[in-house]
Design a protein around this ligand. Structure first.
Ligand code: NAG
Ligand code: NAG
Length: 424
């Protein structure tokens, strides 16, 4: 494969990075920072990219907003336009949150006389095309929702057997993103129900992000990378610590299957919805970023607290999520009571790593990440940058890194080869 910048990024699997390490070491004769066999085992990416959708989207996880977690069915064109405005005025849009995604309940309860889906005439009197034009005028993209079944979950018309008509309608409205749900599916295998919409979207000639929402029932990581740009790996998230942690653990199992073009989706963010503490939301956002999960905001961005805004706009955490290497970080080591002292980690571009020290106990504790547990050579020296405090906490650490972590909190750091940090 020719090493053009574009396909270099796509081919950026660990093997490529390891090659860079070997080459660098040969030149400089320094200590090899990554333990080759160990790291390759911890951060297995061998199952990624066997089959690809190939519509050019999702080179990094998608970012944006979705109406469901906060508004449920209580949506209208005012909420959507004000949200688009707020994404811009709060600074979220310029950080990458560009998709404005309308979830269930946008349509009438029945198709119109011509068999087309129709927007709810009370909630969306101007129609979806006008809304799309407005969202696009703000420099944002617009997403819509349908279902690979007879009805959506809120019993609006589904797209099963209507894929080509519905995709053509969405394209005529200049839609950029489709979330495709799994209700009323008649028990038909998802591997039969999801590809027709892929083909129908493709046939429109409009590039549309295809987000599979199959809830992880049939282990979509095993087959969905040739069908969608992302696939839900779990049930719907709830705005609780228990739900968020359980979902993180389920999504973690499929890490080897994610990569540029197709991502595991542990569902949308609950940050800012009130059911978790500040530290729990910070942990939620940190781990979603590290897992290369889609960052789809689920709160009312027109009315965020300072803390919610601070979490969602943390550029260093967003950069972990959007890192071009595109390797899903994962839970690499646990110890302590019920294994609640957890180390999550992943490789990043430029020979860096991200590590999260997550205290899933309710009492504060000192958590230690040993270099060998995260795939690094124990004698190698790394700078340690705290991405929440926005400062280097060490310019040269060897063997391990320890920190006191509050109950349910998650501290996150970027490790870079020490010489690289001291040069900057
Ligand atoms: C349709 O699919 C082909 C093959 O994967 C791809 O090259 C093309 O970009 C797709 N077109 C659209 C509009 O998604
Ligand atoms: C804004 O959010 C607060 C809670 O953070 C809530 O009490 C208030 O009603 C909200 N205001 C609006 C206009 O939605």
């Amino acid at each position: 494969m020719a090493k053009t910048p574009a396909n270099y990024v796509r081919a950026c699997r660990l093997t490529v990075i390891l090659y860079v390490y070997v080459a660098a070491v040969a030149v400089t004769a320094r200590v090899l920072p990554l333990q080759l066999s160990l790291a390759a085992k911890i951060y297995d990416t061998s199952k990624y990219g066997i089959l690809q959708l190939g519509n050019g989207l999702a080179q990094t996880p998608q970012m944006g907003w979705n109406s469901w977690n906060f508004f449920n069915c209580d949506i209208d064109e005012k909420v959507i336009t004000e949200t688009a405005d707020a994404l811009v005025t709060t600074g979220l849009a310029k950080l990458g949150y560009v998709y404005v995604n309308i979830d269930d309940c946008w349509s009438e309860l029945a198709r119109d006389s011509e068999g087309n889906m129709a927007p709810d005439s009370k909630a969306f009197p101007s129609g979806i095309k006008a809304l799309a034009d407005y969202v696009h005028s703000k420099g944002l993209k617009i997403g819509i929702y349908s279902d690979a079944g007879l009805f959506t979950c809120q019993v609006r018309p589904g797209s099963l057997k209507h894929e080509y008509d519905d995709a053509a309608l969405f394209a005529s409205w200049d839609i950029d993103y489709l979330k495709y749900d799994n209700c009323f599916n008649l028990g038909i295998d998802p591997q039969e129900r999801y590809p027709p919409m892929r083909d129908a979207l493709n046939a429109t000639g409009r590039t549309i992000f295809y987000s599979l929402c199959e809830w992880g029932v049939n282990d979509p990581a095993l087959w969905a990378s040739k069908i969608g740009n992302s696939w839900r790996t779990t049930d719907d998230i709830e705005d609780t610590w228990e739900s968020m942690t359980a979902i993180a653990d389920i999504n973690d199992k499929w890490a080897a299957y994610a990569g540029p073009g197709g991502w595991n989706d542990p569902d949308m963010l609950e940050v800012g919805n009130g059911g978790m503490t500040y530290q729990e939301y910070r942990a939620h956002f940190s781990i979603w970023a590290l897992m290369k999960a889609p960052l789809i905001i689920g709160c009312d961005v027109r009315n965020m607290t300072t803390e919610t805004h601070e979490i969602l706009t943390n550029e260093e955490v967003i950069a972990v999520n959007q890192d071009p290497l595109g390797v899903q970080g994962r839970k690499v080591y646990t110890y302590g009571p019920d294994g609640c002292y957890q180390i999550w980690a992943g490789p990043l571009s430029e020979q860096r790593s991200v590590i999260a020290l997550w205290n899933r106990c309710s009492k504060a504790a000192t958590i230690t990440a040993k270099w060998d547990a995260v795939g690094l050579e124990p004698s190698a020296s790394f700078s340690v940058r705290d991405v929440w405090k926005h400062e280097y906490v060490s310019l040269s650490s060897t063997t391990s890194f320890s920190v006191q972590v509050e109950g349910h909190a998650c501290e996150m750091y970027i490790l870079a080869p020490a010489t690289a940090a001291s040069a900057t």
